[in-house]
Write a protein that binds this ligand. Sequence first.
Ligand code: XIL
Length: 323
Amino acid sequence: AKLNTVAKMSGKKYFGTATDNPELDDTAYTAILNDNRQFGQLTPANSMKWDATEPARGTFTFTEGDQIANLAKSNGQLLRGHNCVWHNQLPSWVTSGNFDAPTLQSIITTHCSTVVGHYKGQPITTRVNIVSLMSHHAEPFNDDGTFQTDVFFETLNTSYITTALNAAKAADPSTKLYINEFNIEFEGTDSTAMQNLIKSLKSAGTQIDGIGMQFHMIVGELPGGLASNMQAFASLGVEVAITELDIRMTLPATAALYEQQKADYQTVISACQSVSECIGITIWDWTDEFSWIPGTFAGQGAACPWDATFLRKPAFDGIVAGF
Ligand code: XIL
């Protein structure tokens, strides 16, 4: 069984993975990445972010983003754009520019419409993370569900979200617009705050098509109620996607941890499987060799369904069993 094949047979639109430009030189890696029965969708992990696409104001560079877009196209894979507005990986001209509100608003409009417009008309581009939010250490939500401050919120309050969504919609009306977030995978203050944000966007007539739930999880520590939380979002009239799934552990990996990880992957997939509005799942790279986890969470890793030598782990079977 291969993951995209199983996902599609189970009614999902795709099973996909993040990838990144440097690893595309590894032919053993691309041999697996390029198999559209395994991965029906790609997300660029870095090369469509603001620092990569507009390193200087008004100067756009799409070489690396295009490399992944073109790879997806030639592989027959969907592409998820990632992302237009996020507090991380911003060029310093944005964070240190001290722009007034109208100027920053126009900077966001230019950025989102140029990036989304660049990929317009490529049938591979069906869904884009327009606003990517990370609640644990920055905006828009603090742990108590209140808005945190960053350059966008400080200058524009929550209007920057609407600005970004509207710019993307104008640039490519057929693209599905997503807000991508974590800490909303389970019921709690952040999930409630995000649901309130969706309600207020919708009542203001702003288009919002979907919510990306990142799903960076820890082995043995999955929260409960995953499906009912997804259903609460679906009930607001948005689709849901799992956009960045990985399940990390404190190293060293053991057989017991791998078994728990298998069960945890299965639980996450089953939750999506039980909610028809959960359209697909993306893992945040498929191999431990190129996972972002060890570089970000000291002492942790082994979060992906394939190990660093590209061998399948029990987690792979957990994914298949979850559909
Ligand atoms: C990560 C990338 O994988 C890393 O290579 C980079 O150094 C930092 O960003 N949530 C997101 C992703 O929305 O963009 C992040 O990707 C992981 C957390």
